[in-house]
Write a protein that binds this ligand. Structure first.
Ligand SMILES: [Zn+2]
Length: 357
């Protein structure tokens, strides 16, 4: 089945998160671009038994160039106080991988009887009396829009194309992170698409994905019934559909994935939508670095304090030094209190909710 991809590819799996990919042969041992916690391992045994090994029919191309992705990474890394040492543009850029996520599209014929209440807007004019001190009673004309509801039933016979359905269990989470993709620019799969990218294999069967496609079909049918009735609104749309001629298409969506290691040396993924450039990742200050800076400030304060103490003792013999010691003591106290600032800044930054750039 892999020869249908028309390029040198193998299947590889991540031993940590279990994500399964089709990858160019020379990339079979790359770091997993999902969890970044382990290197991929080529699957050798029973490869042909794996589900959904066929190449995709459609691919949404990378429209965000590597240069633009690099720029987005720079913006991501910018402005984080006491950023973890690993969170810098150079490191993030050096680890970027191109990745495709799968999604199903389904076409279907539908025959159904339907019923709904359709609503028509109409205007009513009423009059309101208003009293003001200057002009006494005043009559105002008020226009108000109301809805007239009518029950309708009917028959529907339609063909629907390209209804989207998740091919991944994590589809909703990934969509929330990366935002939506425009699917109308998708192109037929070409062998070159996999030259520099990994493709995640679906882990969700079309039968399971159908449960998500059916409500979309129902919403589309409801909207069409509203239009057919020339109504402004529709409610309580119900139908008993019979689906035939379902045809499933696999589509790939592009993204860039990279990561940095946080204070605990845990990998934190940073994802960039390959079409819109939207970035998702956790931006957090390093408490370790903030504490380190605080310690240096406290150490400087301690040295100042010691010098002031020496000046104070010497002041017993030469009184002007007593003043120097006093000023030094106050200065040491101020610098010492300043040690709180780095920790407070990092704490305050980390309280912010995770944002999408
Ligand atoms: Zn993994």
């Amino acid at each position: 089945m892999l020869e249908l991809w028309e390029t040198e590819v193998v299947v590889a799996v991540c031993p940590h998160c279990d994500w399964r990919y089709v990858v160019p042969t020379e990339k079979a041992t790359l770091r997993c671009p999902h969890c970044f916690a382990a290197d991929l391992e080529p699957v050798v045994d029973d490869v042909e038994q794996l589900p959904y090994l066929r190449p995709p029919e459609l691919v949404t191309p990378f429209t965000v160039t590597k240069a633009v992705a690099d720029k987005r990474i720079e913006e991501f890394a910018d402005g984080i106080p006491f950023a973890p040492r690993d969170l810098n543009p150079e490191t993030l850029r050096s680890r970027v991988q191109r990745l495709y996520l799968p999604m199903w599209l389904v076409d279907s014929d539908v025959m159904a009887t339907w019923g709904a209440e359709v609503g028509f807007d109409y205007n009513v004019v009423s009059h309101r009396e208003r009293y003001s001190d200057g002009s006494g009673w005043d009559t105002q004309q008020v226009q108000e829009t109301r809805i007239r509801w009518e029950a309708r039933v009917g028959q529907l016979e339609r063909h629907y194309d390209n209804v989207v359905a998740p091919a991944l269990e994590q589809h909703a989470a990934m969509e929330q992170a990366l935002g939506a993709y425009a699917l109308d620019v998708a192109q037929p799969y070409a062998a070159g698409d996999l030259a520099r990218a990994l493709a995640r294999l679906p882990d969700r069967a079309p039968e399971a994905a159908w449960a998500d496609a059916a409500p979309t079909l129902q919403a589309a049918a409801g909207e069409e019934c509203r239009q057919a009735a020339s109504a402004d609104h529709i409610r309580q749309f119900r139908w008993s559909p019979t689906y035939t001629g379902q045809h499933w298409t696999l589509l790939l969506l592009p993204l860039y994935a990279t990561y940095y290691l946080d204070d605990d040396a845990e990998p934190r993924p940073v994802l960039i939508n390959g079409q819109s450039g939207r970035v998702f990742g956790v931006r957090r200050a390093s408490m370790q670095r903030a504490q380190h800076t605080a310690l240096i400030i406290v150490a400087i304060a301690a040295v100042l304090f010691l010098l002031s103490l020496v000046a104070g003792v010497a002041g017993l013999a030469a009184p002007p030094l007593l003043v120097v010691g006093g000023i030094g003591g106050v200065l040491a106290l101020c610098v010492g209190l300043g040690g709180i600032i780095p920790i407070f800044r990092a704490w305050q930054f980390n309280r912010k909710p995770v944002e999408t750039l």
